[in-house]
Ligand binder design. Sequence first.
Ligand SMILES: [Zn+2]
Length: 474
Amino acid sequence: MTKLWPFGILPLVSEQNLLSKPCLATITSFCKRKGFVYPSSEIYGGLSGIYDYGPLGVELLNNIKRMWWKNMVREREDIYGLDGSILMHPKAWEASGHVAGFTDPLVDCKDCKSRVRPDKLPGWRLKKDNQSGKWQVLEIGETKCPICGGELTPEVRQFNVLMETSLGVIEGEKMKAYLKGESCQNIYLDYKNVIDSHSPSLPFGIGQIGKTFRNEITLGKFLFKTREFEQWDIEYFVNPSEADTAYKKWKEIRWNWFVNNVQLSEKNLQWRQHTEDERIFYATDAWDIDYKYPWGWDELEGLHHRGNYDLTQHGKFSNTDLGFYDQEKDEKITPFIIEASGGPNRCFLAIMLENYHEEEIKGRQRIYLSLPPYLAPVQAAILPLVRKDEKLVETARKIYDELKGRFVVQYDEQGTVGRRYRRQDEIGTPFCITIDSQTLENETVTVRERDSMEQERVKVGEIEGKLSPLLSLP
Ligand SMILES: [Zn+2]
């Protein structure tokens, strides 16, 4: 997508000024320092793999989710939205296979008691039996603890990553339940409700963004793998004869969304097909869209050709007919499911990595976040050139009041204007609107663009009209 600026095409930032791409530690500390992401419960020592989104992070995260919802649900006639509960009937997790097979292999350190995934250690070869969900050891590798060098237990345990809780108030009568281990499951359970209330014809889909919980053993890649996170899912129900075509189409839709709307560069994205070993036994085909993270290529989103396993299983376990009468083809079928499953948090991380830049200008370092303007947590900053000039402040305040209902704007009068520009660049504010003495004479302000640092004078009355197309979600 071409970035538009009221005065034509934006000059692209020269790649030469840019220093190297950020490492994960840089992004992690940047996110904390600027108020994007904090470690959860930090004053109590924190909880590993759990994070809070700060004042700027929540805005960015919400914008990402809003864009997904707009493009994938609202703008499509064939997709219905859903917001399912986190707690579901425990039988759903038996039917889905999670109770038996949602496991990670685990060995313990005899000395420091750390729990380690052997499949992440050198030399080990393990295989997950797709039917039973149990891990089998093909080859034993490194037996020293990666943390303390102590000895690891030889037997591999099966560790279920579902998080347990219980429902009810009477001890002994409480019902064991699980926090959602995979957000999409409500969709299969509400599939019949959506059909009954909305009478869709095939193909149709249900979209949802929901919280997911997993007791992960190995963490440590910031927002990439966490114990509490969000997933967005499209489950697309199709006649089996049209499943291949629909699969191809959804792969294209999701790839194009990441490139055009999230604006991730295609050189940082790749397709990767799941090997037969990692593919779940009922799936026909599975591909990931990988992102180039600092540690290498890894999953951003999964596109799955799931067959009719989910509906068949839930139909069987609940004794409910989840078949569908396809009027057009005059046949009763159990629809096949094409799934597009990813997450706002991973997308957030990719966006931070993609857009964080450090550059040197005349010997001084500048940090800026080249976020797409419509995703930026602050869309425009209103800056009176001189803080002590009452007239300027009054005019700046008036402009701020006029714009705050339309855009996310920030009023800033602290420090020199140069410093304020740097501060806004750092948090990704695409436009700085400066009110100076000329404003009082001819009702114009300067609008400065973040990436190019170019400035143009704009009439006060035209600010909204000029910025609006750049700041609206695509
Ligand atoms: Zn150890």
